[in-house]
Design a binder for this molecule. Structure first.
Ligand code: 3PY
Ligand code: MG
Length: 270
């Protein structure tokens, strides 16, 4: 069995790789969303396990990675910061990919790649006793060890002014697979309005920089309409919504319906 992941396969396809944000430490929530026929012609190929802002921490990684991997989707862990030991623990627990917040420069990018790969490509320490469990059909030993070297998806977030300015150099860094835009931080860090002209110009700049270097561009969205617009703009990887966002808006909309109120409008929050 060759080493492959749902996210890698999906990124090689002609349409956008859709995923969602998991902020609750619940394998049951992830599987409820992923499992079984949805009646749609597309499916989620990845789940972002958010250990930066969500309620998820290190000791949830293994169970969540296994649950997501068993549904033919890729667990991608967003570590709280781009530290070697944090990335190592995410990979050892079975992440198919790692996402790091706030990549400001090509130096940051090169370090992140280094932390994700075993020598001679990088500096990742060795101890993958549990990592292969979330890769259906991949055996422990050489199959995982060699497969992960190029099979791990390395994703850096561009969400600062320096990240935008250095986007070309970050994208050109060998081993970086995806430039992922965090629109909320990007607007706050740049001091511009989310959705305003400067914000959209920065987003377009990152998209173009990624593609110029032959890399993938990704973005966080707050609903399906937002995600559809980004897909039409050429984004390759798109987070459609968050678990908690959908639960809240879904339940409040049901309440409005029950009360005879008009339901709808875009979801504003995270
Ligand atoms: C942001 O919008 O800042 C993100 O990191 C997406 O979660
Ligand atoms: Mg962010």
């Amino acid at each position: 069995m060759s080493f492959t992941t749902s996210i890698k396969r999906s990124l090689e396809g002609s349409s956008a790789a859709f995923g969602f944000w998991l902020t609750l430490p619940s394998a049951a929530v992830a599987k409820t969303i992923l499992h079984g026929a949805s009646g749609s012609s597309t499916k989620f190929s990845w789940v972002l396990v958010d250990a930066e802002h969500g309620l998820i921490s290190d000791h949830h990684y293994y169970e969540l990675s296994n649950a997501i991997g068993s549904e033919d989707a890729s667990p991608i862990i967003r570590v709280p910061w781009a530290e070697e030991w944090l990335i190592k623990r995410a990979l050892d627990a079975g992440a198919h990919g790692v996402m790091t917040p706030m990549c400001h420069s090509e130096v940051d990018a090169a370090n992140i790649v280094k932390y994700c790969k075993y020598p001679p490509l990088g500096t990742r320490g060795y101890g993958p006793m549990f990592a292969p469990h979330s890769f259906p059909g991949v055996n422990p030993g050489p199959e995982y060890d060699e497969g992960t070297q190029h099979g791990v998806t390395v994703i850096v977030q561009i969400e600062s002014r320096s990240g935008v300015e250095n986007a070309e150099k970050i994208a050109a860094t060998p081993g970086i697979d995806v430039l992922f835009i965090g629109p909320f931080d990007l607007s706050k860090q740049m001091g511009v309005l989310r959705g305003g002209e400067e914000h959209e110009a920065a987003i377009k700049h990152i998209l173009a920089a990624a593609h110029k270097a032959g890399k993938k561009a990704a973005i966080f969205c707050t609903d399906g309409n937002d995600a559809r617009t980004r897909a039409q703009q050429g984004f390759d990887m798109i987070s459609v919504n968050t678990d908690v966002g959908v639960i809240r808006s879904g339940m409040l909309n049901e309440l409005k319906t029950a009360n005879g109120e008009v339901v709808g409008g875009p979801r504003e929050g995270y």
